[in-house]
Design a protein around this ligand. Structure first.
Ligand code: PBG
Length: 397
């Protein structure tokens, strides 16, 4: 797949007048785009390649799919895999080494999978426009199509490896059971659909299904308004990681970023970083925008404004955003779903820095309201599990 894409890109584009005068422009080395190997990851990498190609048609691009550690081990539960030294590098470690040593120039990540702390010499170069950030309920083909979380038969088993998803659902739907479900989107759907499947339903990110053209599998979109679920930090957005000193790529990426998504996700990531949560901490978030002359905007990009002749008014997105308020809904839930802390803050954020400050403020308030106890308990339980594992290992040897 990678070589087919790469050879497609060899087709020379017609030289623009500018390219003709700057004769060296076609001799730039290609931009190597690192990605994980799943179909979804490669679809995402191609969308970034396309955005860059549209902005810089004279450059060439290669997509380099790499098998991540977390994709190799499909047996160990995620919570265990992401502990200790492996923490957080599970999906990104190999690709980051390649970025550091110049084998690739950018890595395309699901922002959700991107650690909030990056290696010293790497940075989050750009956040692209967000796809639908919601979680989605997908029902077994053996159940009626209109089944929702609240009409699932009692004692149904839901497949998910996310403790954020399980904890939030345990809180609101105590009769449901949860079981680990790993693998890429296709694998998970296959396990749900198989004749001997233990699952009545599974939860997946709507964004992944939409990018794969499988949104017809979604039975219920989950949000604060439906099902009472908040999604993961950064869910639905793509993040691009680059070398800190790569000014050329930094400049290129400034053309493909999305200011609205950047501000929302910067607040979400600052919140997560301050709570010191890894991907296994049950923190749900939901961001939307309101106010300003565009009015309420819950969608990803609000409707355009039109002048009296029906022509779209061209505005600077920064100006539109500066005029609006960011609504950040958050919830931290204990793993058993029995304790939870919620908080919602509405504030104008006129820059990524202000968004960062907003996220930190919300984290502090959540901690004061009792999230500290929930997080302490989770980290104690993790340490206990790690200690027990060590003891078992030394007893066996
Ligand atoms: N947990 C893995 C993961 N990381 C990113 C996505 C796709 C959605 C996104 O781009 O946020 C998924 C699959 C899922 O949660 O269903």
């Amino acid at each position: 797949m990678a070589s087919a894409t790469a050879s497609d890109l060899q087709t020379p584009s017609y030289p623009t007048p500018q390219a003709a005068t700057i004769s060296a422009s076609t001799n730039f080395p290609p931009i190597n785009i690192g990605t994980r190997r799943s179909t979804l990851a490669q679809v995402q990498a191609r969308s970034v390649e396309k955005a860059l190609k549209d902005a810089y048609p004279d450059r060439t691009y290669n997509i380099c799919p790499v098998l991540a550690q977390g994709d190799k081990d499909k047996v160990t539960p995620l919570q265990q895999l992401s502990q200790g030294e492996n923490a957080k590098s599970l999906w990104t470690g190999e690709l980051e080494s390649m970025l550091e040593n110049g084998e690739v120039d950018i890595i395309v990540h699901c922002l959700k999978d991107m650690p909030t702390q990056l290696p010293e010499n790497l940075v989050l170069g750009s956040i692209l426009a967000r796809e639908d950030p919601r979680d989605a309920l997908i029902i077994s083909p053996r159940l009626p199509k209109n089944t929702t979380l609240s009409t699932l038969p009692p004692n149904s088993t839901i497949g998910t490896s996310s403790i954020r998803r399980a904890a939030q659902l345990r809180r609101l739907y105590p009769t449901l059971n949860f079981a680990d479900l790993r693998g890429n989107v296709g694998t998970r759907l296959g396990k749900l659909d198989s004749e001997d499947s233990p699952f009545a339903a599974i939860i997946l990110a709507a964004a992944g299904l939409k990018r794969l053209g499988m949104e017809d599998r979604i039975n219920q979109y989950l949000s604060s308004d439906s099902g009472g679920m908040l999604h993961a930090v950064g869910q639905g957005a793509l993040g691009i990681e680059i070398r800190k000193d790569d000014e050329v790529v930094k400049e290129m990426l400034s053309k493909v970023r999305c200011e609205r998504t950047t501000r929302a996700c910067t607040a979400e990531r600052a919140l997560l970083r301050t709570l010191e949560g890894g991907c296994s901490v049950p923190i749900g978030v939901e961001t939307s925008w309101r106010g300003g002359k565009r009015g309420v905007a819950t969608g990803i990009e609000p409707a355009k404004e039109y002048d009296k002749d029906g022509k779209p008014v061209e505005e600077k997105v920064e100006e539109v955003l500066d005029d609006q308020e960011l609504i950040l809904k958050t919830m931290v839930v204990s793993v058993d779903g029995k304790n939870s802390v919620e908080y919602e803050l509405v504030r104008k954020v006129r820059s990524a820095e202000e968004a960062e400050a907003m996220g930190k403020d919300v984290a502090k308030i959540l901690l004061e309201k009792g999230a500290d106890k929930i997080l302490e308990k989770i980290s104690k339980d993790k340490q206990w599990a790690a200690k027990k594992k060590l003891e078992e290992a030394s007893a066996a040897s």
